[in-house]
Design a protein around this ligand. Structure first.
Ligand SMILES: Nc1ncnc2c1ncn2[C@@H]1O[C@H](COP(=O)(O)OP(=O)(O)OP(=O)(O)O)[C@@H](O)[C@H]1O
Ligand SMILES: [Mg+2]
Length: 222
C-alpha cells in the first residue's frame, strides 16, 4: 500500500480548512493560558501554505511537506510557527524525492517530525504542549503497524491517542512556552498546541480514509 502526493496534498488542504474553521476556538484556548494568537497564527500559516503549495502540488511528498514547513517558518512568528515548521521540514526530509510512500515511511516521517519538535522546543512529556498529543499518536501508529494493522487503522489509532493526549493536558501545569508564566493558573485549561496537533492528525486519518486514489496492493478494511 502506498500513499501518494495527491493524498498528502489532500491532507494539508483539509487541515488548512479545519484550522480556518477552528481559528476562534484555538485562539480562545490560547487566550486562557497564552496570548490568544494560536488560531490566528495557524490560520495565517496554513493560508500561506496553500499559496506556496499551489505551484508544487504535483511534486514528490518530500517537496510538499518541506514547502509546508518553509511556509510556516516564514509566515508565523512566536513559538508555534517554528515548531510546526520544524515538524513539516523534518517529516519532508524523511520522504525526500518520494512520490509514493509506504505505511512505515509515512509513520516514520511523523516520528521524525515529532523528534524535530522535541529537539527544537525541548519539551518533555506532560509539559502541557503539542508534544503531549504527538507523542502518543506516533507511538500508537507504530504499534498498530507492527501488529499488522493497515495504515488507515494505524492513523485512526494515532488520532484517537492524540485526542486523549490533548484532553490529558487539561489538569497539567504548563512547563514550557508562554503558558508556563501562569504557573498553577495554567491548570484546568486544554493546551492550544496539543489541540491543533490533534486536529492535524485527525485530518490525516480522515483524508486517507476518504480519498479514493490509493495505489493499493493489499485489501483494506475501512
Ligand atoms: N517549547 C515548546 N515545545 C513544544 N511546544 C511548545 C513549546 N512552547 C510552546 N509550545 C506550543 O505552542 C503553543 C502556542 O503556540 P502559539 O502559536 O500561540 O505561539 P506563542 O507561544 O503564542 O508564541 P509567542 O509566545 O512568541 O507569541 C502551545 O500551546 C504549546 O503547545
Ligand atoms: Mg500564543
Amino acid at each position: 500500500m502506498a500513499v501518494t502526493s495527491a493524498q498528502i496534498y489532500g491532507w494539508l488542504e483539509r487541515y488548512a480548512g479545519i484550522v480556518a474553521e477552528q481559528k476562534q476556538y484555538l485562539t480562545g484556548l490560547d487566550a486562557a493560558i497564552g496570548d490568544g494568537d494560536h488560531g490566528i497564527n495557524m490560520d495565517r500559516g496554513f493560508q500561506t501554505v496553500l499559496v506556496k503549495l499551489a505551484p508544487v502540488r504535483d511534486k514528490d511528498v518530500g517537496t510538499l511537506l518541506k514547502t509546508t514547513g518553509m511556509a510556516l517558518v516564514g509566515s508565523v512568528g512566536g513559538a508555534g510557527g517554528p515548531l510546526y515548521g520544524t515538524f513539516f521540514l523534518r517529516a519532508g526530509a524523511a520522504l525526500d524525492g518520494k512520490t509514493e510512500v509506504s505505511d512505515r515511511d509515512l509513520v516514520g516521517a511523523l516520528e521524525a517530525g515529532l523528534k524535530g519538535v522535541v529537539e527544537r522546543g525541548k519539551a518533555n512529556p506532560n509539559d502541557k504542549t503539542m508534544v503531549d498529543a504527538l507523542t502518543p499518536a506516533v507511538e500508537q501508529a507504530k504499534q498498530a503497524l507492527a501488529n499488522g494493522a493497515p495504515l488507515e487503522q494505524a492513523l485512526t489509532a494515532a488520532a484517537d491517542a492524540a485526542e486523549k493526549g490533548m484532553k490529558a493536558t487539561i489538569p497539567l501545569k504548563a512547563l514550557k512556552g508562554r503558558a508556563s508564566y501562569l504557573g498553577d493558573r495554567s491548570i484546568g485549561h486544554q493546551d492550544p498546541g496539543a489541540t491543533s496537533s490533534y486536529l492535524m492528525l485527525r485530518a490525516l486519518s480522515d483524508s486517507l480514509a476518504t480519498l479514493p486514489q490509493r495505489a493499493t496492493t493489499t485489501t483494506t478494511t475501512t
